[in-house]
Design a protein around this ligand. Structure first.
Ligand code: GLY
Length: 396
């Protein structure tokens, strides 16, 4: 190995530095500011094309990640242009839930926590508060007592759709918040039941995770784990594992259940071990079955999500464990800052080299957003930078 190669390896395993955080925040907020004329009344598509986003209506599961970026940018810069844009978008979310546009699925938390709950918490927007309660009620309609879980997609109760997915752990804070806000226990009860069912069935004995899990609609008995976006049913889809990391941290935050802490340790250590053994730069490939030998695309968004989960959980862990996970998160963040963060003349997104869907011989997805910016990758990158630069109060 040449001296240059050794030096490069050492640098990629270095924790992010203060000047790197400052530079990354400046670049990200400049990119967002430049995009405001195009992306206030319109949102961004789920992923970029050649690193540039096109405008999109507020209909998919992802627009909340843009409004969330504006709230973070406002907190970081106090530039009211971001607040004004976010509030325009909150009105759009209010309209969306009132007219029930594209809400027949479980992603109400991704949509409403980062837009409307953030608006309520940061600037006291009652439009945001009321819309978020409506979104929580919408999410509650997908809960099945037979099986004790929230159905992710498709026609309610249909056998072909009788499943939960790991991503849903990030939709549950909406329910915890709704209980805090309304004092009605029903939301928290559903969130807790879903978490128990999800963790019991999605996490394998080695702490890798299934993406989705089916149940018998008549008995509620667990049936089988199946992937939708991972390489195959038995492999650990990288973003699913990352949702598991942040999802267990959030579950612990709201329940203080030690079982959630144990699950956090398990799924996070599995993720870290895969990075340390197979990914020189500490950023995963789109499925954790792959390593540096396989020539597969990276999913930077998984890295950013996992880091946010580690930094959240570090607030609740004993000192030595907190220091360990914080250091890992700072190393991954260093790698993202050096090799994945977008420059303003090359992209209108924030974080390059993500994957939405990658086709495999074992999944039914077509390639979509492969080696592109993803709207959630951009959001979690900015959340990570925010967490590293200030004492941030969570929107989730
Ligand atoms: N929640 C969908 C995804 O992570 O692609």
């Amino acid at each position: 190995m040449s001296v240059m190669e050794i030096t490069k390896m050492e640098i990629t395993k270095m924790e992010i530095t203060k000047p790197e955080i400052t530079k990354a925040i400046n670049t990200a907020t400049e990119i967002l500011k430049a995009g405001l004329p195009d992306f206030t009344h319109m949102f961004k598509e789920e992923t970029s094309l050649n690193n540039y986003y096109f405008p999109a209506e507020n209909i998919e599961w992802t627009p909340g990640f843009l409004t969330g970026q504006y709230w973070l940018a406002w907190e970081l810069t106090r530039d009211d242009a971001f607040k004004d844009a976010a509030l325009v978008q909150v009105d759009s979310f209010d309209n969306r839930i009132k007219k029930k546009i594209g809400v027949a699925h479980h992603d109400m938390g991704f949509l409403y926590s980062l837009s409307c709950i953030a608006a309520w918490r940061l600037v006291g927007s009652t439009v945001g508060r009321d819309a978020a309660i409506m979104a929580a009620d919408q999410l509650m309609t997908r809960f099945h007592k037979v099986g004790n879980f929230i159905q992710a997609w498709g026609e309610i109760g249909a056998k072909a759709n009788y499943r939960l997915i790991i991503d849903c752990l990030l939709n549950l804070p909406l329910l915890y918040w709704a209980t805090q806000e309304t004092r009605d226990e029903k939301y928290r009860t559903v969130a807790r039941l879903h978490t128990q069912t999800a963790l019991k069935n999605l996490v394998r004995p080695d702490f890798s995770t299934y993406h989705t899990f089916f149940f018998d609609p008549e008995t509620g008995e667990p049936d089988r784990g199946v992937t939708a976006q991972g390489y195959k049913n038995s492999s650990p889809w990288a973003r699913g594992q990352a949702w598991g990391i942040y999802g267990t941290a959030i579950a612990y935050l709201y329940t203080k259940d030690p079982a959630c802490m144990d699950m956090f340790y398990g799924v996070t250590d599995f993720f870290i071990k895969r990075l340390e053994s197979g990914c020189k730069d500490m950023v995963p490939y789109w499925d954790l079955i792959f390593d540096d030998k396989h020539g597969q695309p990276k999913d930077s968004s998984s890295a950013a999500i996992a880091c946010c989960g580690m930094l959240e959980m570090a607030k609740h862990l004993p000192k030595d464990k907190a220091a360990y996970y914080t250091s890992i998160a700072r190393k991954i963040a260093g790698s993202l800052a050096r090799d994945y963060a977008a420059e303003s003349d090359k992209s209108n997104g924030l974080l390059l080299h993500g994957v939405y869907n990658k086709q495999s011989p074992y999944n039914a997805r077509a390639d979509w957003g492969v080696d592109e910016c993803t709207l959630w990758g951009d959001y979690f990158w900015l959340e990570l930078l925010t967490r590293l630069s200030m004492d941030w109060k969570i929107y989730w």
